[in-house]
Every structure is written in structure tokens, then in C-alpha cells.
Design a protein around this ligand. Structure first.
Ligand code: HPA
Ligand code: ZN
Length: 330
């Protein structure tokens, strides 16, 4: 109970959050009804019961199916507004949010609809509550690099309109068999364009994918990165370079990246000097938002209060906020 209030009181940042992964079953059902989309589940309870995953792909299949209910600007707004309310309740002060336009444009939804709905909710939260945020447009790595270029080309005319929010490019979806090198050219282009770059690596994929993300894609943070522990030289490099890892404990447990939270390597990585941060990934699917993620590792790994403070501090340092705004968060 003391630990819970300690974690709740900490100002936090969220750096690894897929907005489509915040769609709670209740809202998913409501949007299905609003948009007259048929669902293969009889109830909210039946849907939630299906969230029993064996690996990343078993989750992604449901996550992409769930996203089919998102059709209008209002839908993207409502999903984002619901996430912000939940994040604020956890004392999250700043969030850098992934969104996957290809999941929607593949279904005939305009990329402008996706940007507009998410951005309207983020701007409203900024104006009403001082909640700060950024948008990280992510490419789906199971699709081709050509498809990523098509998406970038469709998004760039929106850049001016969303300059206050859209500052990053990410890479997500099925990791195995889709190494970072597959996206070398499009990431090089995004780098020239001045975007911050991040990529999922070393969640299910090998340490070589983390090296590829660093050396070929030239990312500024590694999303997940927990498999770096298998390569001691890589671990030393990550520590030396203060390369942030956006670790997602409850996600790793739900997707069987670890079979027991007590065996999670977050504490070992942190104690080896890596810039580990705590994040919620797809909280509607993985059973917990930010405070639940902090509490899960605090308890299972017996973290000290100083270590918990360090995790939150790392999250502020690893954010793409200007230095002055980072200072305001501590
Ligand atoms: N890994 C890869 N792709 C994803 C994830 C993840 O954890 N969440 C949503 N898309
Ligand atoms: Zn993720």
C-alpha cells in the first residue's frame, strides 16, 4: 500500500504506448455498434477472455482485428481521449504515442482522419490539463519498405499542420524475420527530414536486431531491447551510450517474453547501468497501465525506492522534450 502511493505520486512519462493498444473492450464494442461493424464476440467479457496470448503474433492478430472498429475522426479522438484520462489518473505527465497508419489506410481510412482524431484529443489535453505529448508514426515491419515509403509520402503533406505533435518515426509489428535492415532506406530518409527515430528491437528478435536498429537505422531509443542481455558486449555499449530502452513489463509477461515477472531482467539491466524506462505498450490488452507496470516490477523484483525514482527519471531524460520542459517534470 505504501509502495502504491509512492508510485502514484511520481510524475511519469510514457514513451512506449501504441494508441491502438489502448482500445478497451468496452469502447471497442461501443465503436462497433456506432459504426455497425460485426464482432465475432458475444460480449465485452468474451472479448476480454480471448486476450490470452502465447507470443507477439497471437496478440497482433487480435490487435489488428480490434482496430477495424476505428473508422471516423471521432473514433480516433475518443480512443485517444480515453487513454489520456487513464494516463492522467496514473500521474503520467507526458506521453510519446505510437500510431500505425497502415493498419487504417489498408482498410480505406484516410491518413488525415487518423492524424486529425488523435491530434485533436492531444491538443485538448494540452490546453485543458497541461498534458504534453508527441506522436510517433510507426511503420509496420511485416509490410514492405515500399509500403512504408508510400505511407511517409501520404503523411508528409500533413507535417506542417501537426508540427506541434508529430516529431518521430517508429517501427513495430512482427519482429522475427523482419530485421531493421529491411527499412534502412526509409529510416535514412526520415532522418534527413529531421524526425526522431526509434524502433522495436530485441523483444522477440535477437540482439543482432538491436545492433541493426542502432547502426543501420540510427535510432535514439530501443523499444523493448530486453534480449540485449544475451550479448554482454552490446549491454556494455548500451550502458556506455546511455541508450534508452523502453521496457514494457506486463507486455513481456502477457506475450510470454518472460514466463514469470520474478525472472524479468529489468532490474539486472538497470543495475548494469542501462537507461531502462517503464512503459505500458498496449495496456488495454496486457492488463495494466503505467502504475500497474511500475508496481509489478517493484514487487516481483524487489526494487528500492531509489531504483523506482531512477526509472521515472530515465523516462524523463529519454523523452524528446526540450531540456527546459524536462526540468519542469522533476
Ligand atoms: N511489439 C511489436 N509490435 C507491436 C507491439 C509490440 O509490443 N505492440 C503493438 N504493436
Ligand atoms: Zn510496442
Amino acid at each position: 500500500a505504501a509502495m502504491r502511493s509512492f508510485v502514484e505520486a511520481l510524475p511519469k512519462t510514457e514513451l512506449h504506448l501504441h494508441i491502438e493498444g489502448t482500445l478497451e473492450p468496452e469502447l471497442l464494442f461501443a465503436l462497433a455498434q456506432r459504426n455497425k461493424v460485426a464482432l465475432p464476440y458475444a460480449s465485452v467479457e468474451a472479448l476480454r477472455a480471448a486476450y490470452d496470448f502465447t507470443d507477439l503474433q497471437s496478440f497482433l492478430d487480435l490487435y489488428y482485428a480490434g482496430a477495424n472498429v476505428l473508422q471516423t475522426e471521432q473514433d480516433f479522438h475518443d480512443m485517444t481521449a480515453a487513454y489520456i484520462a487513464r494516463a492522467r489518473a496514473d500521474n503520467v505527465r507526458h506521453a510519446e504515442i505510437f500510431f500505425d497508419p497502415q493498419t487504417h489506410t489498408e482498410r480505406g481510412i484516410g491518413i488525415d482522419v487518423v492524424f486529425a482524431g488523435i491530434a485533436r484529443a492531444l491538443r485538448q489535453a494540452r490546453d485543458e490539463h497541461g498534458f504534453s505529448s508527441a506522436m510517433i508514426m510507426s511503420f509496420l515491419r511485416h509490410l514492405s519498405e515500399e509500403d512504408a515509403f508510400t505511407t511517409l509520402k501520404a503523411a508528409l503533406p500533413l507535417r506542417e499542420q501537426y508540427r506541434d505533435l508529430w516529431n518521430g518515426i517508429g517501427l513495430d509489428s512482427s519482429e522475427r524475420g523482419n530485421p531493421p535492415e529491411k527499412f534502412a532506406k526509409v529510416f535514412a530518409r526520415c532522418r534527413e527530414l529531421g524526425f526522431h527515430l526509434v524502433a522495436h528491437a530485441g523483444e522477440e528478435g535477437p540482439p543482432a536486431y538491436i545492433l541493426g536498429a542502432l547502426d543501420v537505422l540510427k535510432v535514439e531509443r530501443i523499444d523493448h531491447g530486453v534480449r540485449s542481455e544475451e550479448d554482454p558486449a552490446l549491454m556494455e555499449r548500451l550502458a556506455r551510450e546511455k541508450m534508452p530502452l523502453t521496457v514494457c513489463p506486463l507486455s513481456n509477461l502477457k506475450l510470454c517474453v518472460v514466463d514469470d515477472m520474478a525472472k524479468h531482467n529489468l532490474a539486472r539491466l538497470l543495475r548494469a547501468g542501462l537507461a531502462v524506462t517503464v512503459n505500458s505498450d498496449d495496456p488495454a490488452y496486457f492488463g495494466g497501465y503505467m502504475n500497474d507496470n511500475y508496481l509489478a516490477v517493484a514487487s516481483a523484483l524487489e526494487l528500492s525506492r531509489a531504483e523506482i525514482v531512477q526509472l521515472a527519471r530515465n523516462g524523463i531524460d529519454a523523452s524528446f522534450l526540450p531540456a527546459a520542459d524536462k526540468g519542469r517534470l522533476t
